[in-house]
Design a protein around this ligand. Sequence first.
Ligand code: SF4
Length: 137
Amino acid sequence: MMMQLDMNSPEFKAELEKTRKFTDKVCESQGWVYSANEDVNEGVILGLARHKALYGKRFCPCFMVEEDPAKPGKFKSTDDRICPCKPAIEKEIPENGICHCQIFCTPEYKENQLKEIEAKEKAKAELENVEKSEAVQ
Ligand code: SF4
C-alpha cells in the first residue's frame, strides 16, 4: 500500500525534529557517535522520520517495511529492525564499528573516518599544487 506524505508539512517537520532528538539520545544511551558522513546521517534521520510518520515506528530506513499479515493495519520490517536495532547493537557496531545504515558508530571508528578524510583532502590539495606549478612552467 502506497501512502502519501507531505514532507513540507508542519507535522512532518515536527516529526523530523523529534527524530533528531531521538538519534541524539540513541548516541548518548548506547555510547555511540554520529559517523563523519553528515550527508548520510541527514538521509538516515529523514528516513527514520518518514517511517515514523508513515508506519508509526522508527523502522530502519535501509530495510523494507510491509504490512504485517499477522496483525492487520500494523507494519513490520525485514529483520524486525526498529531503531536502534538489535543487529546494530549486538553485531554490527561491536564487530564493524558502524551500523548498517552508516549513521551510528564507535568514537574510534569516527576518528579513523576523520583521519581518512583529512588524508584525502591533503592529497587533493597537494595534487592541485602540482597542477598549478606545472601550469606556470
Ligand atoms: S541499522 Fe539499525 S541502528 Fe542503524 S539506523 Fe538502521 S535501525 Fe538504526
